[in-house]
Each structure stands twice: as structure tokens, then as C-alpha cells.
Design a protein around this ligand. Structure first.
Ligand SMILES: *Cc1c(COP(=O)(O)O)cnc(C)c1O
Length: 352
């Protein structure tokens, strides 16, 4: 079989989605499956839908277009605030978009009016992680303007934590979101249908808190794809953490000194510090590098450890004897390695 390849187990992804959907349903929370890490892969999107997600979310309209062209039928949500230069595409291909700029919403309104369509908006609120979102003090003013715009339906409110600064979703910031929802509903006499509380980093809060308040939706990517809870990087009970595996073959294998020689200067990438007491090691090279994966995001099999990487070489040491040219090595990937592997045209995506 061709290498390097990323083996993708659709049944495991479907299982992960189903378990999370069922557990969250008990709390009155629906799941939007997030496909950005897999470039809107139609097969993976179908697995998420089979697992019970009610909608698909992606940060890139290009991925949403890919899914649409491949007959993925689910409500499509753009989960990043639109670029002004893509507004028409977003109105054409998505049902809902997340927004934090009134100027953009005005343009969406004009575009939707032109196309004689309604477009749904979720307003994002800043709760402390300092990525996207309207400051809580400004939200009333924005809602006031949004509800007057033609061809725009204010479908709900959302927030995103953890992705930039690692601020954790907790009872305090999540109740703040619920309070904002109630205040807007009372003040403007409207009903907000979707309260999208966050991403995979919200799972510990959701399963641990006594009351989820008004939050009735979460957007899950990493937890469905990798079975991991991102705040502590812990496996989630009864989920698969190996739905994706990277397989690549050895192109050089030699006994080499463990320490380089010659006058040393900078390299293009950070060096991986290797502590070895040995003078000579069994060193092998695999034909993938920073262009294809995050070397720090790979978990190597027992007996093999990653000791270096450049753009297109990954250097490993094998502890139990020498590996041979052509031998296949199998790695688990974290979110960062998965993102890059999916994006690299050099890695074949092998659906199982
Ligand atoms: C990426 C993203 C998600 C999904 O995050 P995971 O940690 O993969 O679950 C949800 N919401 C927004 C706005 C995102 O950008």
C-alpha cells in the first residue's frame, strides 16, 4: 500500500460522535460536528451525521462547498466570522454564520436580499479567551441593529473559549452567557433558539456542572475525531483515540553516532533535544516532515522514538534493534499533527 498514508476509521468516528451526542442529549445539548480539521471530508461528515450531529460547522467556506458538492446534507454553519470578500459565497453555501462585526452582517443582509434568501446569524460574545466575539457591554447595541436588518434571522448567541489562551469554560463564564441570553430576550422580546456554548473544551464543564443554564448546543471537532478532551489532553471514556493513524516507510536506516560533529549553527526548525547515553544509535529516516505533520504531535510505537525533523525528513531512533528500509511505522496523531496531515497533499488519505 502507498505511504505515507493517513488511515481513517469511519466507524470509530461515528461511534465517538454517537456517544457524545447521546451523553449531551441528556443535558438538553445538541452537537454540531466540526469538520475543519479534516478539510470538510464528505466521508467523515457522513460519519458524524450517522452518529447524530444536528449540523456541521467549519471555519472555511471552501470546506463547506466541498461538502455541499458531495451531497452531504445537513445544515451548514460557518463557525468563523466571514471575510467581507467571501460574503456572497457564504450566503450561497451556508445556512448559518457566526458573526462579531456589524459591518459584515450588513453586507450579509444586502447579499441575502439580492439572492432573495434568509441567512441565520449567531452572534459571538467575548467571554475572556480574547479570540472572536463582541464585548458583553456592546451586545445590546449590536442586537438592536441586527434585528432590523432585512433577510437576517438572529438565530442565537455563541461563545468560544480555550482556543487562544486556554481560558476554561466554567460555571462562571457559562452562566454569564446564559444571563446575556435572558437579558437580550427580555429587552428585545425575541426568542434566541440556539445558544452555542463552545467546543470540545466545554465537555468537562457540561458533564461536571449542576446546571447547563441556557446552553443547548456545543460544536465538537477534536473530541469526535480523536476521542480527546483538549484542556487536559485526556482520553474520553469509551471513545476511540485511534480513528486516525499515520503510516509511513523507512527510507534510510543506519547505525550512526548519537552526537553531531562540525561547527554548529541555526536550523530551520527547532531541534528536538535528545538525551542518550549511547555513543552510537540505530537511526532511521521516514519521508515526512514539518510540511506534513507536527513532529511533536506524533506518538511513535513502542521501541521507536522521534529524535529530529526537518521539512521532509523525520528521524527516529529504534531501541530494539535496527529497522530496515521499507519497514512501515505507524503513529498516532494529535490535533495539530492531524491538521497538517490532512492538509498535506503528500499524505494519501486512506478511508477504512
Ligand atoms: C475549531 C472550532 C470548534 C471546534 O473545536 P474543537 O476543540 O475541535 O472541538 C468550535 N468552535 C469554533 C468557533 C471553532 O473555531
Amino acid at each position: 500500500m502507498r505511504t505515507p498514508r493517513l488511515e481513517i476509521n469511519l466507524d470509530k468516528i461515528e461511534h465517538n460522535a454517537r456517544v457524545l451526542v447521546e451523553r449531551l442529549k441528556l443535558l438538553g445539548i445538541s452537537v454540531t460536528g466540526v469538520t475543519k480539521a479534516v478539510l470538510g471530508s464528505p466521508e467523515i461528515a457522513h460519519s458524524m451525521i450517522r452518529g447524530g450531529v444536528i449540523a456541521l460547522g467549519d471555519s472555511r467556506v471552501e470546506n463547506i462547498e466541498t461538502m455541499g458538492k458531495n451531497k452531504v446534507s445537513a445544515p451548514m454553519i460557518l463557525i468563523r466570522t466571514p471575510m467581507l470578500s467571501q460574503v456572497d459565497r457564504i450566503v450561497s453555501f451556508t445556512d448559518v454564520s457566526f458573526n462579531s462585526e456589524i459591518e459584515v452582517i450588513r453586507r450579509i443582509s444586502a447579499s441575502a436580499k439580492n439572492m432573495n434568501k434568509m441567512h441565520n446569524i449567531i452572534l459571538m460574545v467575548e467571554l475572556g479567551d480574547l479570540r472572536e466575539g463582541i464585548m458583553p457591554g456592546d451586545i445590546d447595541n449590536i442586537v438592536h441593529q441586527v434585528i432590523q436588518l432585512p433577510n437576517i434571522n438572529l438565530k442565537g448567541i455563541g461563545a468560544n473559549l480555550a482556543c487562544r489562551n486556554g481560558v476554561s469554560p466554567d460555571e462562571i463564564n457559562m452562566s454569564e452567557l446564559s444571563d446575556i441570553v435572558s437579558k437580550i430576550e427580555n429587552k428585545f422580546e425575541i426568542h434566541l433558539e440556539t445558544i452555542s456554548g463552545g467546543n470540545s473544551a466545554n465537555l468537562n464543564w457540561a458533564f461536571g456542572c449542576s446546571n447547563v443554564g441556557r446552553i443547548n448546543n456545543l460544536r465538537l471537532g477534536e473530541s469526535i475525531l480523536l476521542g480527546l478532551e483538549p484542556l487536559c489532553n485526556q482520553p474520553i471514556h469509551e471513545l476511540y483515540t485511534d480513528a486516525f493513524e499515520l503510516v509511513t516507510e523507512i527510507i534510510e536506516s543506519k547505525t550512526k553516532p548519537s552526537v553531531p560533529w562540525g561547527k554548529m549553527a541555526l536550523t530551520a526548525f527547532d531541534k528536538i533535544d535528545v538525551l542518550t547515553g549511547k555513543k552510537y544509535i540505530s537511526q532511521s529516516i521516514l519521508p515526512i516532515g514539518h510540511q506534513d505533520i507536527d513532529p511533536n504531535g506524533l506518538t511513535s510505537p513502542v521501541g521507536v522514538s522521534i529524535i529530529g525533523a526537518s521539512s521532509d525528513h523525520l528521524i527516529v531512533e529504534s531501541i530494539d534493534g535496527k529497522l530496515s528500509v521499507g519497514d512501515e511505522i505507524r503513529f498516532k496523531v494529535n490535533y495539530s499533527a492531524l491538521l497538517r496531515a490532512m492538509t498535506s497533499p503528500f499524505i494519501k488519505k486512506e478511508i477504512l
